[in-house]
Write a protein that binds this ligand. Structure first.
Ligand SMILES: Cc1ncc(COP(=O)(O)O)c(C=O)c1O
Length: 397
């Protein structure tokens, strides 16, 4: 098996229908067929690439080939966003009367699917504390069909024991699906622990340049075929140009991730010592309550950290206003550092009750980019000094 840097550069070769060194962009809505038989085959060929772009396209097939090898799965598919990957998969895999288990600490959109969308469709859900592997077992019912995990979780960086959840699910004939957005396949390959399906907001690290909204799903071809079938109906397809940009971004993923890891670790260590900070959530810190589990299933800890400020909502908000390099933005995973105050961002997505349960109000999510480590650390420490020295003034910035 080639290494990750070789995979990201070469794994799409076989689905590269031209001799151009850089893949051409197949900016076409449809393809022509030579005869009736080929045309008929195109209508039913799962995840094909040259019938109609909503069904597939060479640019999508190229991304899929690389993702499948990176995640060590049989196949992969691409969607218009991370949320399109998730919703298309759950629509394909569960029906009214079924039960789904998710995590309490999870991306807000995933929480909303579990708390609002699925119950509206007659699918019951239970959200568990993923730091306790037994909690998944306790939540199982005879109707459970799917377990959704996310590790590290957004934004609390909690870790799920992938092997334990996969073993439990297999023993009960339940499918598992892991959001691998924060870790990236460079740091963690959930399929190696027995997880059935891996998905990403490819908008983040996979693309890495904050210029594409996309999602990917990786897993066994038979399951992906079922999801692809539903994706045809929901129209969850990514456009060819975006797929091309995503592939271009993925070429350098193995170069970018080690820098994100180093920056995340350095920021976590520096801020963990700062008096303005009550707690840093980062699985690479020896003080993280699940550091050992993280080190067992990850080879690096990623660029995202949660910084919980001693001065609560106001101090967290003021810290963001003081940062020079990380800009205030909802995304993460790009070459530029971005930061967000989840309590203010998720207000519109979750009820007050759901918000209070999912995130500490003084938490800042800082996503380290690929800038020089020393610059990011100095900037973050200066901002933390400033909010500590002048909390009242800073709170109004
Ligand atoms: C961990 C995680 N999963 C899924 C998503 C949703 O992905 P997208 O915004 O590409 O739909 C996000 C978005 O922030 C995320 O952070």
């Amino acid at each position: 098996m080639p290494g990750k840097s070789t995979i990201t550069v070469h794994a799409d070769r076989e689905v590269h229908p031209s001799r151009a060194v850089a893949p051409p962009i197949y900016q076409t809505a449809a393809f022509s067929a030579e005869d009736a038989e080929t045309f008929a085959q195109g209508t039913v060929a799962p995840r094909g690439k040259d019938f109609y772009t909503r069904f597939g396209n060479p640019n999508l097939a190229q991304v899929s080939a690389v993702v499948a090898e990176l995640e060590n799965t049989e196949a992969a598919m691409v969607t218009a966003s991370g949320m399109a990957a998730l919703t298309t998969a759950v629509l394909a895999l569960v029906s009214a009367g079924d039960h789904v288990i998710g995590q309490r600490s999870t991306y807000g959109g995933t929480a909303s699917v579990l708390l609002n969308l699925l119950p509206r469709l007659g699918v019951s859900t239970t959200l568990v504390d993923q730091t306790d592997p037994e909690a998944f077992a306790r939540a199982l019912t005879p109707q459970t069909r799917l377990i959704l995990v996310e590790t590290p979780s957004n934004p609390l960086l909690q870790i799920t024991d992938l092997r334990a959840v996969a073993e439990l699910a297999r023993a009960h004939d339940v499918l598992t699906m892991a959001d691998n957005t924060f870790a990236t396949p460079l740091n963690q390959q959930p399929a190696d622990f027995g997880i059935d399906l891996v998905w990403h907001s490819a908008t983040k690290y996979l693309n890495g340049h904050s210029d594409v909204s996309a999602g990917v799903l990786a897993g066994p071809a038979e399951i992906l075929d079922r999801i692809w079938d539903v994706g045809l109906l929901t129209g969850a397809t990514l456009g060819p140009i975006d797929a091309w940009l995503l592939l271009r971004g993925m070429r350098t993923l193995p170069l970018r991730v080690p820098r994100h890891n180093a920056n995340g670790q350095a920021l976590a260590e520096a801020l963990n010592e700062h008096p303005a900070v009550a707690k840093v959530h980062y699985p690479g810190l020896a003080t993280h309550p699940q550091h050992k589990l993280a080190a067992d299933q990850m080879t690096g800890f990623g660029g995202v950290l949660g910084i919980e400020f001693a001065g609560g909502f106001e101090m967290a908000d003021a810290f963001l206003g003081r940062l020079r390099y990380p800009r205030r933005s909802a995304s993460l995973g790009g070459v530029e550092s971005l930061a967000v105050h989840p309590a203010s961002m998720w207000r519109g997505m979750l009820s007050e009750e759901q918000l209070a349960e999912s995130v500490p109000l003084g938490l800042v999510r800082l996503a380290a980019g690929t800038e020089d480590t020393a610059d990011l650390v100095a900037d973050a420490l200066e901002a933390a000094d400033a909010v500590l020295a002048e909390p009242a003034t800073a709170a109004t910035t």
